[in-house]
Design a protein around this ligand. Structure first.
Ligand code: ADP
Ligand code: MG
Length: 694
């Protein structure tokens, strides 16, 4: 299956520093396949262009879904990401966060699809998935899954094709397992903080996923290989401010990227005989995917900012060149003996058909000759003989050139078709050789059959070569003839060019005159229009002026009334001022009086306190006197009552001694004293409140 490499371009949104410095864009998006650089009108056409607002899932759907198909249907496949540093390669490949569903990049999505495909595949198919992760740093291949392996080498054999020897290959069975390995690998990547991107990648990283599917019923095995490459950014040394080791890194990166460009140049240049795959580790690893057995998608990431116009332009040019590479993707299948025999028969049949086609093509080419330019020449001479106008003359010339161009295109197409036939015939023969080789290795068939088929193939090859040679010669003759005719036609065109020039100059003079006339007319019309406009404007201004005058009158009246009001207010203010001054004086007098009164009050209070203390002393003395009088009265009453009792009892109480009698009297007096104390108040107020005292 021969097809061109798919090239898609993704523009990231402007970042903060671009917004701060200059918001202008360097590109103009025509549609989703065409983009224009603003300083260059040549359009760049790609398979798809993702504008800045595109989402991760859109990019996966358009750019990577077919990669999944390629992997599971066992075509060698590859996608890789080119662009300057900070243009969004890692963002597109891994995503800003590989665990965030919306922001996951292409790789997590591809893996999920591969494993989902396996889940729903028929039970007769057995799958195994192997994973490797390497990086190319300073032209050395480092194993990102085993950092001990720092300088791996690239090998090639018929079974594996180009491969990295001793690179760690781990069997994986789920997306999460692969993601864990990717995280581990990413942590081991070389990156250094340059001014352009803090975690800018300083190395190219290549992620390899090999899917083998074995058909248990048929016994055949297919091997698909998915390679995803995150290329380090190419950057100007001055722009990244790289120094010391960084400078070495930048040099290594730029060298491998320029080799990649060179490989692409040679692949798209028909005259090239040698493609310098071996000039860098990167191109050597990518050999199969560039111009070989692979379905390849190149995703170019760019900045849309005018600040990065130079880098964006070179990335786009790189992409358009790469778009011309043609790859031949074949199924990597190990066939059974029966399948190989069937293939041999069908190949033979195809060769027969091809031979017939070649014959008929040869016949057709011989019969068809490019038409003579005589008729157009005649038309041309007729036209000039009659003195035709320059327009008709140039039209006729253009027609002749167009005719010639169409014929050239047709012829080129035919040559291209023949080349295709030649390539496919070569491929068939090559395929047959491989098949026979495999048969020989596997089943050891009798040598006679093999040598017969070999001879037959050789014969066919020789025959094809001869036919193709003859065909090529014939076409080169036709091409020479056409070239000669083209030269004749050019000479005639040049000869007539002078007439066209003189006619053109006359025409331009006339046009100039016409232009001047029309300019004068136009100027007069313009002046009239301007005058009318000025009159209108004057009327409008007068209207506005009278309105303004009215407003001025109104404002004047308002102003007068406001002046009156202000005068009245000033008078009132003066009167109020007087009243305030009077009141202030009154208040000052009152304050003075208040101070005097306070002084009097203070003196009176002092006197009051002295009087109260005197009253208290007098009260105390009075109480003392009162208590003494009561005691005397009580004693007098007691003595009186005792005398009366003594008189009553008289002689009946002779037995009592005089001493005891006196003690009893003292006891009575003490009891009476206690009684008096209890009944006498302790303070003057208590004393005065005792009603019964007075
Ligand atoms: P590169 O790998 O090309 O050097 P990165 O992928 O690291 O660049 O991107 C640089 C910065 O730009 C990162 O912060 C990234 O998140 C941001 N970025 C890149 N592409 C986009 C995009 N399409 N949308 C939003 N941010 C993006
Ligand atoms: Mg990166």
């Amino acid at each position: 299956m021969t097809s061109n490499i798919k090239v898609m371009v993704r523009f990231r949104p402007l970042n903060n520093s671009e917004i701060n410095s200059n918001k202008n864009l360097c590109v103009h998006f025509v549609d989703n396949t065409t983009v224009l650089l603003k300083d260059n009108s040549t359009p760049f056409i790609f398979d798809h262009i993702f504008a800045s607002h595109s989402t991760q899932s859109e990019v996966f759907d358009k750019a990577a879904k077919n990669v999944v198909e390629g992997t599971v249907f066992a075509y060698g496949t590859l996608s890789y990401f080119v662009g300057q540093t900070s243009s969004g390669k890692s963002f597109t490949m891994f995503g800003s966060n590989i665990e965030d569903y919306n922001y996951r990049g292409v790789i997590p999505r591809v893996l999920e699809n591969v494993f989902t495909y396996m889940e729903y595949a028929p039970v007769s198919l057995e799958f195994s998935v192997k994973f490797s992760f390497i990086e190319i740093y300073l032209e050395k291949i480092r194993d990102l899954l085993d950092i001990e392996k720092t300088n791996l080498s690239v090998h090639e054999n018929s079974e594996k094709g180009v491969y990295i020897k001793d690179a760690t290959e781990l069997y994986v069975s789920s997306v999460s397992e692969v993601m864990a390995l990717i995280k581990k690998g990413l942590a081991n990547r070389k990156s250094s903080p340059t001014r352009m991107n803090i975690s800018s990648s300083r190395s190219h990283s290549v992620l390899l996923i090999t899917v083998s599917q074995k058909d248990a019923e048929q016994g055949s095995t297919k091997v698909g290989r998915l390679s995803l490459v995150d290329l380090a950014g190419s950057e100007k040394v001055s722009k990244s401010e790289a120094q010391g080791l960084s400078l070495e890194e930048v040099k290594a990166i730029n060298k491998s990227l320029s080799t990649l460009g060179l490989v692409i140049y040679h692949l798209t240049d028909d005259k090239s005989v040698h493609v310098p795959y071996r000039d860098s580790k990167l191109t050597r690893i990518l050999q199969e995917s560039l111009g070989g057995n692979a379905r390849t998608t190149i995703l170019i990431t760019c900045s849309p900012s005018i600040d990065n116009a130079c880098e964006t332009s070179s990335s786009l040019r790189f992409g358009s060149r790469a778009k011309k590479i043609r790859n031949t993707a074949k199924v990597n299948k190990l066939l059974t003996k029966f399948e190989l025999t069937k293939l041999l028969v069908s190949a033979k049949e195809e060769i027969r058909i091809l031979q017939r086609e070649l014959e008929s093509l040869k016949a057709a080419c011989g019969a068809e000759r490019p038409s003579s330019p005589r008729s157009s020449e005649r038309d041309f001479l007729e036209l000039t003989g009659e003195g035709a106008l320059s327009e008709r003359l140039s039209n006729t010339l253009e027609d002749s050139v167009e005719n010639y161009k169409a014929k050239t295109v047709e012829l080129n197409k035919r040559v291209e078709e023949l080349c295709c036939y030649k390539t496919s015939a070569d491929e068939k023969v090559e395929g047959l050789c491989i098949t026979v080789q495999k048969l020989l290795e596997r089943d050891k068939p009798p040598k006679t059959i093999l040598s017969a088929s070999k001879k037959y193939i050789e014969k066919l090859k020789r025959k094809h070569l001869l036919e193709i040679k003859a065909l090529e010669e014939e076409h080169s003759k036709a091409l020479c003839k056409l070239n000669r005719e083209n030269q004749d036609l050019r000479a005639k065109v040049e000869w007539q060019q002078d007439t066209i020039y003189s006619l053109e100059s006359e025409n331009s003079k006339l046009l100039e005159q016409l232009f001047h006339e029309s300019c004068k007319d136009g100027a007069l019309r313009h002046i009239e229009e301007t005058f009318e406009k000025l009159v209108c404007e004057k009327e409008r201004i007068e209207l506005v002026a009278s309105e303004l005058r009215c407003q001025l009158e109104e404002s004047r009246g308002e102003l007068n009334s406001k002046v009156e009001f202000t005068k009245r207010l000033l008078m009132q203010r003066r009167e109020v001022g007087k009243t305030i001054r009077k009141l202030t004086r009154v208040i000052e007098k009152l304050v003075e009086q208040n101070a005097q009164l306070k002084f009097y009050h203070f003196v009176a209070e002092k006197r009051l306190v002295q009087k109260v203390s005197r009253i208290t002393n007098l009260e105390k003395r009075l109480v003392g006197l009162g208590q003494q009088r009561i005691r005397e009265e009580l004693e007098y009453k007691l003595l009186a009552s005792r005398h009366s009792k003594v008189l009553e009892s008289g002689h009946s109480s002779q037995g009592l001694a005089d001493e005891t009698r006196e003690q009893k009297i003292a006891k009575i007096i003490r009891g009476a004293g206690r009684l008096v104390e209890e009944s006498v108040p302790s303070s003057p107020s208590q004393f005065w409140s005792k009603k019964n005292f007075i």
